[in-house]
Ligand binder design. Structure first.
Ligand code: 5GP
Length: 203
């Protein structure tokens, strides 16, 4: 039984990480893929949990070896998803969430036609900027650059299957969960899972 692959993208500050963490915390059959990055860890981030923090050399070597399902440069840092880790989870029948940018999403869609893309929007530009400031992790120059990059990220919303506005957190989480549950009930997933039942019912 293969699990399903979900891509969750958003401009930084849309609340994507909090939503995905809450989703995964409530469902032990949904796993978040841990990306590799050359970005230094922020306060409170843990190697192996939030990211695999690696040097540029290690990242380049992995990319050269074809270890990444997708990879991209975002804010001058490299990010990539390990193919092996994702495939191992899918083969166990677990649903996998990739929290990646639009460039990575395009690459994944080319390899996994059946993947589901979900795009998270902030309720307004002002809210987006406030959320970036509230994190207190980036200086003013970085915040202004992230606002410009947010506009670029948002311009790719049409490439996704679902759109969620993260205004009320609980409501947004419900919507995200509903998309994953609906996908699990899709015929393509269920016809394998329920093959014994269907055989019995039609016998
Ligand atoms: P941050 O540095 O704030 O954690 O992430 C910056 C951006 O990189 C976010 O848009 C995030 O979704 C994206 N990102 C994180 N991991 C990956 C990855 O493995 N691949 C790609 N393409 N983007 C990623």
């Amino acid at each position: 039984m293969m699990g399903s692959l979900f891509i969750v993208a958003a401009p930084s500050g849309a609340g994507k990480t909090s939503l995905v963490n809450a989703l995964v915390a409530g469902h032990d059959d949904i796993r978040l893929s841990v990306s590799h990055t050359t970005r230094p860890p922020r306060d409170g981030e843990q190697d192996g949990r939030d990211y695999h923090f690696v040097s540029q050399d290690v990242f380049a070597q992995m990319r050269g070896n074809g270890d990444f399902l997708e990879s991209a440069t975002v804010f001058d840092n490299s990010y990539g998803t390990s193919s092996k880790a994702v495939e191992a989870l899918l083969e166990q029948g677990l649903d996998v969430i990739l929290e990646i940018d639009w460039q990575g999403a395009q690459q994944v869609r080319n390899n996994f036609a059946d993947s589901t893309g979900i795009f998270i929007l902030p309720p307004s530009k002002a809210t987006l900027e406030q959320r970036l400031r509230d994190r207190g992790q980036d200086n003013e120059e970085v915040i202004q650059r992230r606002m410009r990059d947010a506009e670029n990220e948002i311009s790719h919303y049409v490439e996704f299957d679902y759109l969620i506005v993260n205004d009320d957190f609980t409501e947004a989480l419900d919507k995200l969960t509903a998309i994953i549950i609906a996908k699990r009930q899709a015929l393509a997933t269920q016809k394998h899972k329920q093959s014994a039942l269907i055989t019995e019912l039609l016998a």
